[in-house]
Design a protein around this ligand. Structure first.
Ligand SMILES: O=C(O)c1ccccc1NCC(=O)[C@H](O)[C@H](O)COP(=O)(O)O
Length: 215
């Protein structure tokens, strides 16, 4: 039987919203640990959230170019995944994966055909690839900006590479994204918020419902 599409709700900050995502049927939730993010959660809160998620939904801690001590501190909390959302090289991703003892998702920014060509370098270094919109020059963070990229760029991607799609997804466009790109899964943050960092239960429900309906 074909695996159903993975739906990840990223940037959850509270147990209340974690519960809402689980009840709505999320497969994966993301917790940001990056000071400049409006979704940043402290190590103490990460510990609570990861423990509340355990066995109910896969948890993923998003880090940006972390040093070894940060990786060790986060992996000790026992998330299912660490997502690397910075300029980590394939070699650095491999090193983090070898030391962390948890699965590694590598986010890669897509803005042009040349970015798509780089994806292959990360296959084998990470357990999963997440393709996100390339942030505009001067952006203060590398993700969670609510901007999408031209999905047709992915037509040149090796079709044997499984990947999750993110960047500007919303309840209104997720079905079209799935139909066009046919990703392994979809990931959303801004599209289920009413303001940066403020998640909305009804938008989470609508996103998951529409993603499931798209097949
Ligand atoms: O969400 C953030 O603030 C963030 C900051 C720095 C690095 C990554 C970040 N988010 C990671 C994600 O996985 C987001 O879900 C992904 O970038 C898509 O975001 P959006 O376009 O807002 O749906």
């Amino acid at each position: 039987m074909a695996q159903s599409r993975i739906v990840k709700i990223c940037g959850i900050k509270s147990e209340d919203l974690l519960e809402a995502a689980i009840v709505a049927g999320a497969d994966m939730v993301g917790f940001m640990h990056f000071q400049r993010s409006p979704r940043h959660v402290s190590i103490e809160d990460l510990a609570e959230l990861i423990s509340a998620a355990r066995g109910r939904v896969e948890s993923c801690v998003v880090l940006v170019n972390p040093d070894n001590s940060c990786v060790a501190e986060v992996s000790a909390l026992g998330p299912d995944w660490i997502q690397l959302h910075g300029p980590e090289t394939p070699h650095r991703v491999e090193a983090i994966r070898a030391g962390a003892g948890v699965e590694i998702m590598k986010a890669l920014p897509i803005g042009a055909a040349a970015d798509v060509a780089l994806v292959t370098d990360y296959v084998g270094a990470a357990d999963r690839i997440l393709l996100d919109a390339k942030p505009p020059k001067g952006a203060d963070r590398p993700g969670g900006l609510g901007t999408s990229f031209d999905w047709s760029l992915l037509e040149t991607l090796d079709p044997s590479i499984p990947f999750m799609l993110s960047g500007g997804l919303t309840p209104d466009n997720v079905a079209a994204a799935i139909g066009t790109v046919k990703p392994l899964g979809v990931d959303v943050s801004s599209g289920v918020e009413t303001a940066p960092g403020v998640k909305d239960k009804r938008l989470i429900e609508a996103f998951i419902r529409n993603a499931r309906a798209a097949g």
